[in-house]
Write a new protein. Sequence first.
Length: 93
Amino acid sequence: MAIKVNYFAQIKQVVGGIDSETIQLETPCSVKQLVNKLVENHGDSLQNVLLNSSGNLRSTILLVIGDTQIPWNSSVEIQEGDEISLLSPLAGG
């Protein structure tokens, strides 16, 4: 199954500056499984931005499916055609 993942701010920088990519998954999966797949694909730099030392999503990272923010421990399964957005905090003034 194919899902689209959009990257913003610092996350976009650590995945090589791409705005988005299509990820192929074998079956519907949890948010945790998707994030682990992305870290597997993009390596330590993405892991350091997304995950804390316990392996959980950092509290400053927003994960959105469609228009709905999803908590890390959500039981929501990502389905064929879903569009996921990962946002890190923006700073400045």
